[in-house]
Design a protein around this ligand. Structure first.
Ligand code: NAD
Length: 315
């Protein structure tokens, strides 16, 4: 059976090449408007997206022939999973592909904050030779609190341990066994993690239970001078509460790769980004050649497998 596949976000060419080699018809249509997408999706058996395309309920409900949704990468918060389930559409992704990229980016952000690297670079490029202004702190002996001890959380732990940090973790799953074997201490509550950490890093998915998981109350529990890093999803932190905590000097700094709106659009978001003790990057944590290539190839294979399953049930 020849299936038709629509790709609406940029993927590595190996993804399209793989699917074409299996005899499938693949169209790449980037930057479709919402209305164009609703119209286009009706003609396809599968759609492949990354994080940019939002597959909302109305789009999914209108998509009569759609059987498979492929999300290249990790995080399914741009897909209405309930609607997909109701329409019996299989949703597949390639979450393992970006683990190392995000873990390395997280370490880069922690180190950049601890040593004020972006500020020092800007200062020197501006012609100033300032040394004492850029006196940072060492990671050795500091406590790193990891919220969400899944693929990325564990990869960050491994790297932080190499920097001789004390690593503690909090997760809703029982992760004690895997943590113990790595030398990571699991704390029973989020509150305990926040009270004990010098550096807090977030690695949970965005869902109803994690939306604004870090708000005013949680920030107030942290030690004065803590730094926070978010490479998961913007809405896990309440932007207004974070801005307040940074302006009041409760937190020493924040490094953010993700925002409640992407690109950021509210006044608070831009004020936050422009604070001198904030490092902000435009959602690039998984943006490595290796990760993009792996995510694209893996999703092509997953979509191929899912469509084969569909065709075997049709016959
Ligand atoms: P994962 O599923 O392997 O790990 C997530 C962990 O969070 C799991 O162990 C889960 O039990 C835990 N968790 C879920 N809800 C929780 C809660 N309320 N409290 C505490 N723990 C909770 O996922 P992963 O591959 O490690 O990715 C984590 C997140 O990172 C993704 O969901 C995605 O949002 C984000 N991400 C961002 C980028 C980027 O470019 N910035 C790239 C990839 C992934």
């Amino acid at each position: 059976m020849t299936f038709k596949i629509l790709v609406t976000d940029e993927v590595h060419e190996s993804c399209v090449a793989f699917l074409k080699s299996k005899g499938y018809h693949v169209d790449v249509k980037l930057s479709l408007s919402r209305d164009e997408l609703i119209k286009a999706v009706k003609e396809y058996d599968a759609i492949i997206v990354r994080g940019r395309t939002k597959l909302t309920r109305d789009i999914i409900m209108e998509s009569q022939s759609l059987k498979v949704i492929g999300r290249a990468g990790v995080g399914l918060d741009n897909i209405d999973l309930k609607a997909a389930l109701e329409r019996n559409i299989k949703v597949v992704s390639s979450p393992q592909a970006s683990t190392v990229a995000v873990a390395e980016a997280t370490m880069a952000l922690i180190l950049s904050l601890a040593r004020m690297i972006p500020e020092a670079v800007t200062s020197l490029k501006g012609g100033s030779w300032l040394k004492s202004k850029f006196t940072g702190f060492e990671l050795r002996g500091k406590t790193l609190g990891i919220i969400g001890f899944g693929r990325i959380g564990k990869a960050v732990a491994k790297r932080a341990l190499a920097f001789e940090m004390k690593v503690i973790a909090y997760d809703i799953r029982d992760v004690r066994e895997e943590a113990r074997s790595m030398g990571v201490h699991v704390v029973p509550t989020l509150e305990e993690l926040l009270r004990e950490s010098d550096v807090v890093t977030l690695h949970v998915p965005l869902n109803e239970s994690t939306w604004h998981m870090i708000g005013e109350r949680e920030l107030s529990l942290m030690k004065k001078g803590t730094i926070i890093v978010n490479t998961s999803r913007g809405a896990i932190i309440d932007t207004k509460a974070l801005l307040k905590a940074l302006k009041e000097g409760k937190l020493a700094g924040a490094a953010l790769d993700v925002f409640e709106n992407e690109p950021p659009k509210t006044e608070e978001e831009w004020e936050l980004i422009r604070l001198p003790n904030v490092i902000a990057t435009p959602h690039i944590a998984s943006q490595t050649w290796e990760s993009q290539m792996a995510a694209s190839l893996m999703i092509a294979e997953e979509v191929y497998k899912a469509l084969r399953e569909v065709s075997s049930t049709v016959h």
